[in-house]
Write a protein that binds this ligand. Structure first.
Ligand code: NI
Length: 143
């Protein structure tokens, strides 16, 4: 291991077939070298691990797809969002077709609070598909 201006170098041993597949994947994903690809994987694992925790500052997006003709859904979703203006940063609404709407709600709060609100939004009767993408605020994540 050698250190140079805050960067740590280390060597990794892996099966040739694993390395070959990894190199193919990182090229497909546009990584110019293994270091960049591995560093992104490390950050991804850190974020993933923290998502299983609870009381830390986080950001997230909730994506909802629903039929706005479904009874009371629009009203329920709007009322829910008005109750949590402190953590909702922005909402994007797209009218997909005559029936279907796509809503993306951007949240910033404690991870546990984001999860709780996301569950309520996704669990609202009439939501066809809902997904929470929880991520870091970026502050505590090394580059
Ligand atoms: Ni709409």
């Amino acid at each position: 291991m050698s250190k140079k201006e805050g960067v740590t170098r280390f060597s990794v041993s892996a099966e040739k077939s694993l390395m070959r597949q990894f190199d193919q994947l990182r090229k497909t994903q546009g990584y110019k070298n293994r270091s960049l690809a591995v560093a992104d994987m490390m950050r991804d694992r850190l974020v993933e691990h923290r998502q299983s925790g609870g009381d830390y500052d986080a950001a997230g997006t909730v994506t909802l797809v629903y039929d706005h003709h479904s009874s009371h859904i629009q009203q329920t979703l709007t009322e829910l969002q008005h109750d949590f203006t402190g953590m909702i940063v922005s909402t994007l609404h797209v009218h997909l077709d005559h029936h279907n709407c796509l809503e993306v709600i951007v949240l910033k709060s404690q991870a546990s609070a984001i999860k709780k609100l996301a569950d309520r939004l996704i669990g609202t009767k009439g939501v066809k598909h809902g997904k929470l993408s929880l991520t870091s605020t970026g502050k505590d994540l090394p580059t």
